[in-house]
Ligand binder design. Structure first.
Ligand code: NAI
Length: 303
């Protein structure tokens, strides 16, 4: 296999001062990329800020002979997103790779979840991706080249107690990506998502110790490097990654059944009668757009 290299590529990694983002930034630099190490330097709940986190990663990259620049803006504002992308353009003249990674948690079950906790989690994860991806894609389109990675989560894809705000934001990213994939098909721009699980300060209180020991950020970085590479031609996919396990996951549509001919009234009893077929995932597959879903009622148009 040819080596995955990022010579002459510029990678922006948000939240790269710690955890998963730090391991991506170090690996991008080792493989020849010039890296924008963005980090607000906040606590895991998004409070506070410090330049230390980003500065230390930049120092580590530079002392190993790599190229990196720090940025301390929050991803949660439009101005922050623009400034992060501008940092890449000003320092290195390009923005070829964007890893939307910055994240926080404010966990509570719904009745205890405050509006502020909902809003700040949305602002960092979902709006943060909007704030970064919009200016980054503008730069990528000009060069007809780009790779974008979104950080979703099994919490959003499959659910988890006490994380409704985080789950909604992480699943929202999938919808955001799906549409951007369609809007960028004519460019050499590939957008994919990961759903990682790894030891970090975010998971130190939730992962049982034996798993915390085993699941390293360095298990996630190879998937991010691959999706960010020029060789990667996939777009619009979501990959679970943890501890060396890599698996595609997807929103799928099953074949289902057409009841009636489009003119008759369908009753709840008809639904009940066909329930096993309707809920079956037999033959389920991902769709490339909502347009493809209209194909399922094509037989009605022929009548
Ligand atoms: P972490 O807490 O170790 O690192 C997150 C970094 O993001 C921190 O350095 C923090 O300062 C930075 N950050 C927070 N808010 C920011 C903002 N507004 N602007 C810029 N930087 C900001 O967390 P970890 O585990 O490395 O998480 C990275 C991403 O992976 C997050 O999006 C998280 O939701 C996601 N994730 C992590 C999982 C895990 O198992 N660690 C599981 C599923 C998803």
């Amino acid at each position: 296999m040819p080596e995955v290299r990022f010579n002459d590529r510029v990678a922006i990694v948000t939240g790269a001062g710690a955890g998963l983002g730090k391991s991506y930034a170090l690996e991008f630099a080792r493989r020849g990329a010039k890296v924008v190490v963005n980090d607000l330097g906040s606590a895991v709940d998004g409070s506070g800020s410090s330049h230390n986190a980003a500065d230390l990663v930049v120092e580590e990259i530079k002392s190993a002979g790599g190229k990196a620049v720090a940025n301390y803006d929050s991803v949660s504002s439009v101005q922050g997103g623009e400034s992060i992308v501008k940092t890449a353009l000003d320092a290195f003249g390009s923005a070829d790779i964007l890893v939307n990674n910055a994240g926080i948690v404010r966990d509570h079950s719904l009745q205890k979840l405050t509006e502020d906790e909902w809003d700040i989690v949305m602002a960092v994860h979902l709006k943060g991706a909007y704030n970064l991806t919009k200016p980054a894609l503008a730069a990528m389109k000009e060069k007809n080249y780009g790779r974008v990675i979104f950080t979703s989560s099994g919490v959003g894809l499959y659910g988890n107690f006490g994380q409704a705000n985080y789950a909604a934001a992480k699943m929202g990213l999938v919808g955001f990506m799906n549409t951007l994939v369609i809007e960028n098909l004519k460019y050499n721009i590939k957008l994919n998502a990961i759903a990682p699980n790894a030891a970090s300060r975010m998971t130190e209180k939730v992962l049982p110790p034996p798993l915390f020991e085993k699941l390293k950020p360095e298990h996630i970085a190879p998937m991010v490097m691959w999706l960010a590479s020029e060789q990667n031609q996939e777009t619009g996919m979501i990959f679970n990654c943890m501890g060396g396990w890599y698996s595609r996951t997807a929103v799928m549509c099953a074949k289902g059944i057409i009841i009636g001919d489009g003119t008759m009234t369908v009753t709840p009893e008809d639904i009940q009668a066909k329930w096993d077929t309707i809920k079956s995932l037999d033959g389920a597959r991902p769709l490339s757009s909502i347009g493809e879903s209209f194909g399922f009622v094509a037989p009605l148009l022929q009548k």
